[in-house]
Design a protein around this ligand. Structure first.
Ligand SMILES: [Zn+2]
Length: 364
């Protein structure tokens, strides 16, 4: 293993944060402006090793590494004529992923931004490169899903495999990384790991989106044991999450010995996020991202979900400072994260430990 380059790159241009899915839509790409401006105010981009890289547009062949021709054609048409019916492709006006004018062009840029991050990381320009406009892990080969149009993490993993690399994909978004898992379900060239909320939404009869991601989904054929799922109960807090992360991620990533680590760092698992019932804080995220940073692998990082805009701003700013090896100002941390005690603590830990055992038992 060669020594890795130092430094961290932040892929940025205001154009990756200017599109609007729908006025009332929870995914607001403009949330990245707050991350960028916070980092700028803190002097992060002036620190040694810091780089800001411009995004580029993904190419059609890059999209088709994961998506079908028909689907890309449909998105291109929806981008010009969003009023037609694209429901066969997962795009519906009042659903999770609405068609909107310019959606193809915006998605080419957010996808290409992840490709810029990939090239910087494996080209050894920097220790890590991050595209917080990416991480759109729910998109499938033939359809949009869950706010995701093109699946940039799957495209990155696929292109790395095409270059002969072994890839460990670690998804710490609150939702199951189903689209990435599906893209590599039958291969051992990508180890996909996802830690996510699973089960009924408390107080309702609905399943938490997307409903998949139990340990039994472990891959098939040559991929058997290379899809790893840690299904977490609602209300998982920092203590339980860190136990699960530490028990599963270092063990399996080290055993797999990837050439490249690809991480999806959605921050909708935050305790103030309006769309999920996980209860983690900036403390958990600092812990996880430090493990990624201290690992010996080339590392490509992406964003993902995150619907409390101030939690997004603070957490992703903190994460980039960790990537730089810079000190973390107290203003970025949650002052008082919620932690369960007593009988609730015991019950939660039992559930999480069972999920950890199941995840480890499913591995190759
Ligand atoms: Zn999510």
């Amino acid at each position: 293993m060669s020594a890795r380059a130092n430094g961290a790159a932040f892929v940025w241009d205001p154009s990756i944060a200017s599109h609007v899915y729908r006025e009332d839509h929870p995914l607001k790409p403009s949330r990245l402006v707050g991350v960028h401006d916070t980092l700028q105010r803190l002097g992060a981009f002036d620190r040694p090793g810091a780089k800001v890289l411009a995004p580029r547009r993904a190419t059609r062949p890059e999209l088709e590494r994961v998506h079908s021709r028909d689907y890309v054609d449909a998105v291109m048409q929806a981008s010009e004529h969003p009023d037609l019916d694209y429901s066969d492709y997962g795009l519906t006006a009042y659903g999770d992923t609405p068609p909107f004018v310019g959606m193809h062009e915006a998605s080419l840029l957010t996808t290409g931004a992840s490709l810029v991050a990939m090239e910087a990381s494996i080209g050894d320009e920097v220790r890590v490169a991050v595209n917080y406009s990416g991480g759109l892990h729910h998109a499938m080969r033939d359809s949009a899903s869950g706010f995701c149009i093109y699946n940039d993490p799957a495209i990155v993993c696929g292109l790395l495999v095409d270059r002969g690399m072994r890839v460990a994909y670690v998804d710490i978004d609150a939702h199951h990384g189903d689209g990435v898992q599906a893209a590599f379900y039958d291969t051992d060239q990508v180890l996909t790991m996802s830690l996510h909320q699973h089960g009924r939404i408390p107080g309702t009869r609905r399943m938490f989106f997307p409903g998949t991601g139990t340990a039994e989904e472990r891959g098939e054929g040559k991929g058997a044991g290379y899809s790893i799922n840690v299904a977490l109960p609602a209300f998982t807090d920092d203590i339980a999450y860190v136990r699960a992360f530490d028990a599963v991620v270092p063990e399996l990533v080290s055993r797999y010995r990837p050439d490249v680590l690809v991480t999806q760092q959605g921050i909708d698992a935050h305790f103030t996020d309006p769309l999920t019932q996980l209860q983690i804080s900036t403390r958990t995220r600092e812990h996880a991202v430090r493990w990624f940073a201290d690992s010996p692998y080339a590392w490509v990082a992406m964003g993902g979900g995150g619907y409390d805009l101030d939690a997004v701003r603070r957490t992703w700013s903190l994460e980039f400072l960790v990537m730089l090896g810079a000190p973390i100002p107290a203003e970025l941390h949650d002052p008082e994260p919620p932690i369960w005690e007593g009988a609730n603590r015991h019950a939660l830990d039992e559930l999480v430990d069972a999920s950890v055992r199941a995840a480890l038992a499913a591995a190759w």
